[in-house]
Design a binder for this molecule. Sequence first.
Ligand SMILES: [Zn+2]
Length: 168
Amino acid sequence: MSLLTILEYPDPRLRTKATPLVAADFTAALQQQIDDMFETMYEAPGIGLAATQVDFHKQLIVIDVSEEKNQPWVLINPELTPLEPTCELMQEGCLSVPEYTADIERYLRIKVTSLDRHGNPQEFECEGLLAHCVQHECDHLKGIVFVDYLSRLKQERLRKKYLKLQKA
Ligand SMILES: [Zn+2]
C-alpha cells in the first residue's frame, strides 16, 4: 500500500466532476486504489476521502467514522435521497482544506444507494455524523468543496490564504 497525495484547496482539479465506474473498472488496480485511499485517510487522519481529492476522477468514496477505525465503508456510484426535509448544522473539516472548520447545514437523515468495492449493490440509511460525512464526500465527486457554502468574502479570504501557504 502507499500513501496518496491529497489535493489542497483551491487546486482547480478539485472542481473535476467524477464519472461513474463501469463493470470493467472492477480490477485489481481498483482494489489497490481503494486500499491506498483508506491508508491515506487513516494516516491524515480523516473520516472520509473522495477519489477526487487524490486526483482520481471516478465516483468512489471511502469512509470510516468509527472511533476505533475498524468500520471501513466503500461507496461507489453513490446516490443520496433525503429521508426527511430536516437539516442540521454540524462543524465540518476537510483534508483538502487543512486546519479549517465551518458549520455546514446538511440533511439529518439520508438513504444511500451505491455499489460496494466488488460492484455489489448496497443500500443504507444513515443520520448525524455519518450522514454529514456522506453528503460532504458526495459533493467532492461533483466538484464541490464545503467552503463553497460560505459567503463569497470568506471564500476569497480562504483562497488567498491557502495560495499563500502553498507558495511558502
Ligand atoms: Zn472534504
